[in-house]
Design a binder for this molecule. Structure first.
Ligand code: PLP
Length: 390
């Protein structure tokens, strides 16, 4: 749709031309990557080249990459008591931060009564002191190595970065397993599986300009922690994820990962545009609230609210003017619900009802932001007039 300005990269980044081309080439090929004949070997080679590119984005070795059907499946595969203790004894619990993505909050294969929630600060960062207390209390009673922690690297709604490396040190000290949902961080800030210290990290292709429906679980510590499979059968992907590989999707993911790795510097520069956007909103609306502004966050993300100016009305008004942005989490798109992330941050409920997320990408230009400010400014003026008339 020409003339539209897309500012919803955290929901899905537009598919990169490189990914589209690579997928078109893969679509023209045939054969099963598990077959020994030439056709099969060509498909296998395409998968393995993509694996190298995806691994490189996270500083991993290709053998550490398990392809999945997306970020959700990678999260659910990692979140299993069997990945902590093969006997999956009842003592194994899972600590989750309240600001995790719904695909993590559902807790995978953990029974809900073995899930322990850890709160967040008003800036949307996990309360590490609370986590430390809970881990110590749990391991005193149940012994070391009896827990998993899942902590995202970057929050999809606010962009707040989480102290994953610090938490990794704590988890490892007590013999636990750490899973990191790196779906939003990858390609936006440097992410290195070894520096993170996580045992598992999840990725999703469509957040970095690849296709929907493909992702990966990256194994930290080399091959030491093969996950218990969620999908069993033919034993593909090191027996960790059965099913004939989605070759076209995987190839697109590989091409997108290669481009994303090269664009990290450009991504960092988006903070300038984002900060300009926020400064202009603040100038026009002194009551505006900017979530997670006081902490380290993704360079492309702004989540803000003008109390009283409802998110759904603003998102629809912007859409009609040609701008795509989100109200809260994209996964609840279609129905605007109170954001669990903002509630966990103890945001004022009225401000939470008015939050919109603007997320930029490398194609976003200064003139897009100026055009957005004009469109948002008109909606804001209308809002002020209606409020004053009431
Ligand atoms: N984790 C986070 C932080 C996300 O933002 C998303 C998607 O919105 C997911 C996981 C799920 O990824 P996928 O859409 O590939 O299932």
């Amino acid at each position: 749709m020409s003339g539209r300005i897309y500012l919803d990269y955290n929901a899905t980044a537009p598919t990169r031309a490189e990914a589209r081309e690579a997928m078109a080439d893969a679509l023209a090929m045939h054969g099963n990557p598990s077959s020994v004949h030439e056709e099969g070997r060509r498909m296998r080679a395409a998968v393995e080249q993509a694996r190298e590119k995806v691994a490189a984005l996270l500083g991993a070795e290709p053998k550490q990459v398990i392809f999945t059907s997306g970020g959700t499946e990678a999260n659910v595969t990692a979140l299993a008591p069997q990945n902590v203790d093969r006997d999956a004894s009842d003592r194994v619990v899972c600590f989750l931060s309240e600001v995790e993505h719904p695909s993590v909050l559902a807790a995978g294969r953990f029974q809900l009564d073995s899930v322990r929630m850890i709160g967040a600060t008003q800036d949307g960062v996990i309360d590490t002191q609370a986590l430390k207390r809970e881990i110590e209390r749990h391991t005193e009673r149940n012994g070391a190595g009896s827990f998993m922690v899942s902590l995202m690297r970057a929050n999809n709604e606010t962009g707040a970065l989480q102290p994953v490396a610090e938490v990794a040190a704590l988890v490892r000290k007590h013999g636990g397993i750490l899973h990191c949902d790196a779906v939003q961080a990858a390609g936006k800030v440097p992410v290195d599986i070894n520096s993170l210290g996580a045992h598992f990290a999840s990725l999703s292709a469509h957040k970095i300009g690849g296709p929907h429906g493909v992702g990966a679980l990256i194994l930290g510590d080399g091959m030491a922690n093969l996950p218990s499979p969620l999908i069993v059968g033919g034993g593909q992907e090191l027996r960790a994820r059965s099913g004939t590989e989605n070759v076209v999707g995987i190839v697109g993911f590989g091409a997108a990962a290669e481009c994303a790795a090269k664009e990290l510097k450009k991504m960092a520069e988006l903070a300038g545009l984002r900060d300009h956007l926020e400064a202009e909103i603040a100038r026009r609306s002194p009551s505006a609230v900017f979530f997670s502004k006081n902490v380290e966050r993704l360079p492309n993300t702004s989540n803000f609210a003008v109390p009283g100016m409802k998110s759904d009305t603003t998102v629809i008004g912007l859409d009609l003017s040609g701008f795509a942005v989100s109200a809260g989490s994209s996964c609840s798109s279609g129905k605007v619900e109170q954001s669990h992330v903002l509630l966990a941050m103890q945001a004022d409920p009225e401000a939470a009802r008015c939050a919109i997320r603007v997320s930029l990408g490398c194609q976003t230009r200064q003139e897009d932001i100026e055009a957005f400010l004009t469109a948002w400014g008109t909606l804001h003026e209308n809002f002020l007039q209606q409020r004053n008339a009431a």
